[in-house]
Design a protein around this ligand. Structure first.
Ligand code: SIN
Length: 292
């Protein structure tokens, strides 16, 4: 059954449901609803919003577009940068009762090195997720689309830390499974997928691109079947554990991904509709018999 604890990268997690990076902000939530939020998150591990070396404003507005079955974002990785994240956010996030996975993104390999060296040794951080799959910034998907580039990055990061390295790959690639295989061969401890699927929306009046970043990343139920196909392909090709995500809004959706081989399932867009969705999804999942 699925409510049982699960091992993941040396961590003992209470259940299989975590969050997708950038879809739940416990610090903002605790400001709005009180400090108890930090210690009662509905996830078994928490993945941070992407941290970059330098502070970033993110993309110009508008940044969101609603779709019939999901949404599109062009957020552009806004964050306070490594130094302030460590000083200001990490002490708050370390009050969580669940492991913290820090999601990091570099625009070049040296920046990934800086992030991995700074965060990899921190006791408050249980694992690092390398974001090589953001479709909303220039160069965001270059490494994650190319098996060779991804392998080179992971090999270099592997030398810098003993922390578990999770590589978040992109669906906007011709062969995501080949990228996952390369990451595994280079020393990755886990793969996470899928990040958002690149899309475009036109302003109904001006007939020009609506989003400030021109294109955006589609998430939500619209991408669920694409996620399932890619998770299935990756899980059949790698031995390391897989965190699967993409349009999960029910226990059945989570069970589908687990039956395709995922170890953990991340809830993303559904958190925006219902911040406690992960609890419901977990409960629903517990009543479903999985393929043995
Ligand atoms: C963003 O901040 O643009 C979203 C993060 C991502 O797609 O990796």
């Amino acid at each position: 059954m699925t409510g049982n604890p699960v091992r993941f990268c040396g961590l003992q997690l209470e259940h299989r449901i975590i969050n997708a990076s950038g879809t739940f902000d416990p610090i903002a939530a605790s400001r709005a609803f009180g400090n108890d939020v930090i210690t009662s998150l509905p996830f078994s591990a928490f993945v941070s919003k992407t941290v970059t070396v330098e502070p970033r404003q993110g993309n110009p507005p508008p940044r969101l577009w609603e779709l019939p079955s999901g949404m599109m974002n062009s957020i552009g990785l806004p964050n306070k940068g490594l130094v302030r994240w460590v000083e200001e956010d990490l002490p708050i996030l370390s009050r969580m009762k669940i492991p913290l996975i820090a999601n990091v993104m570099g625009f070049e390999r040296d920046q990934f090195s800086t992030l991995v060296e700074a965060l990899g040794g921190k006791a408050e951080i249980s694992a690092l997720e390398l974001n090589v799959s953001c479709p909303n910034v220039e160069t965001g998907t270059i490494i994650g689309s190319d098996p060779f580039e991804c392998g080179q990055l992971v090999s270099a990061m592997r030398l810098l830390t003993d922390s578990p390295l999770i590589v978040k790959i992109t669906p906007n690639a011709s062969d995501p499974a080949a990228v996952a295989i390369s990451a595994e061969a280079a020393g990755a401890d886990a793969i996470s997928l899928i990040n958002t699927v690149r899309g475009l929306a036109l302003d109904p009046v001006s007939r020009r691109p609506w989003l400030g970043g021109r294109t955006g990343g589609i998430s939500g139920p619209a991408i669920r079947a694409a996620s399932l196909a890619q998770v299935d392909a990756v899980c059949s090709q790698v031995k390391i554990p897989v965190i699967a995500m993409g349009g999960v809004s029910s226990g059945k959706d989570a069970a589908d991904l687990i039956d395709c081989g995922a170890t953990l399932v991340a809830v993303g867009t559904e958190n925006f509709r219902d911040p406690m969705a992960a609890e419901r999804i977990r409960t629903e999942l517990e009543s479903i018999s999985l393929v043995p």
